[in-house]
Design a binder for this molecule. Structure first.
Ligand code: OAD
Length: 233
C-alpha cells in the first residue's frame, strides 16, 4: 500500500450526479454571478440571499447520489493509498465511501461562526438570519469564498508532492490556489486529466489528457490501474 494516488476533483465529477458546474452557463452559478453568492462582499451586501442560495444547494444535495466515477475512486483503495482533494462542497466522495477526503473549499453540510472560522458545526438544515453560534455570532455556510484563505492548502500540497500518481477530474483549473496544485507533483509521477471538453492542459511532465466524461473515463482508468499496479502508464 505504499503507492499513493492523489485525486484532484472539481465540479465535473458531480455533474452526472445532477449538480451543475460553475462555469457551464456564461459564468452564472444557478442563475447568480459567483461573486454575489460566494464572496465576503456578497455576504455583507445580502446575507439573506446568500443563506437562501446555500440552503437550496444543501436541499438539492441530499437528493443527489454519488455516481460511477465517485465509486471507481473508492475501488482504487483496494490496492493504493488514495487521497481525494476536492474543490467540491458536496459530500458525494464520502457517501461513495472514500476514506481520505480533503475539502479545499469547505463543505455544504457544515456551518460556522461568521466571526471565528474555527467554530464549525454540522449543518443538515437551512441556516436563517438570526441563527447564532454558542458565542453569539451569526452562522454562515462553511464555504471558502473568493478572497478568503484556503486553510487545507498546506495539507493538499503535501499530499500531491508525495504522490506517485495524480488524477485530475472535472475541473477547469481556473481557481487558484487549487489550480496550481499540479505544479507540486514530482516530474516522475504519472498524471492524468479527465474532462470531456477541450480544456487547457497544463504543461507538466507525464500528463495524459483523457477526453471523456467522468463516469466513463474514471472507471476505465481505475480498472487499468487495478489490473496492473506496477503499470508504467
Ligand atoms: P468549473 O465549473 O470551473 O469546471 C468544471 C469542469 O468540469 C469543466 O472543465 C467541464 O468541462 C468539466 N465537466 C463537465 N461535465 C463533466 C463530466 N461529466 N465529467 C467530467 N468533467 C466534466 O468547476 P471547478 O473547476 O470545480 O469555488 O471550479 C473551481 C471552483 O470555482 C469551485 O470550487 C468553486 C468555483 O467558484 C468556490 O466556491 C470557492
Amino acid at each position: 500500500m505504499s503507492k499513493k494516488i492523489v485525486i484532484l476533483t472539481g465540479a465535473g465529477i458531480s455533474a452526472e450526479s445532477g449538480i451543475k458546474t460553475f462555469r457551464g452557463a456564461n459564468g452564472l452559478w444557478e442563475n447568480h454571478p459567483v461573486e454575489e453568492v460566494a464572496s465576503p462582499v456578497g455576504w455583507e451586501r445580502n446575507m439573506e440571499l446568500v443563506l437562501d442560495f446555500y440552503n437550496q444547494r444543501r436541499q438539492q444535495l441530499v437528493k443527489c447520489q454519488p455516481n460511477k466515477a465517485h465509486f471507481a475512486l473508492v475501488e482504487l483503495e483496494r490496492q493504493y493509498d488514495v487521497v481525494v482533494i476536492t474543490q467540491n462542497v458536496d459530500d458525494l466522495h464520502e457517501r461513495a465511501g472514500s476514506k481520505k477526503v480533503i475539502h479545499l473549499h469547505g463543505e455544504l453540510l457544515k456551518m460556522r461562526s461568521s466571526v471565528d472560522e474555527n467554530l464549525v458545526f454540522d449543518c443538515l438544515n437551512d441556516i436563517a438570519v438570526g441563527d447564532k453560534c454558542p458565542k453569539g455570532s451569526q452562522m454562515r455556510p462553511h464555504i471558502v469564498w473568493f478572497g478568503e484563505s484556503v486553510p487545507r492548502m498546506e495539507d493538499a500540497i503535501l499530499e500531491v508532492s508525495t504522490a506517485t500518481k495524480v488524477i485530475v477530474i472535472g475541473t477547469s483549473l481556473s481557481v487558484y490556489p487549487a489550480a496550481g496544485l499540479l505544479n507540486y507533483a514530482t516530474p516522475e509521477s504519472s498524471k492524468w486529466l479527465i474532462d470531456p471538453d477541450t480544456i487547457y492542459v497544463p504543461p507538466v511532465a507525464n500528463l495524459e489528457f483523457i477526453q471523456k466524461k467522468a463516469t466513463e473515463g474514471v472507471p476505465e482508468l481505475a480498472h487499468q490501474l487495478l489490473q496492473n499496479e506496477n503499470c508504467v502508464i
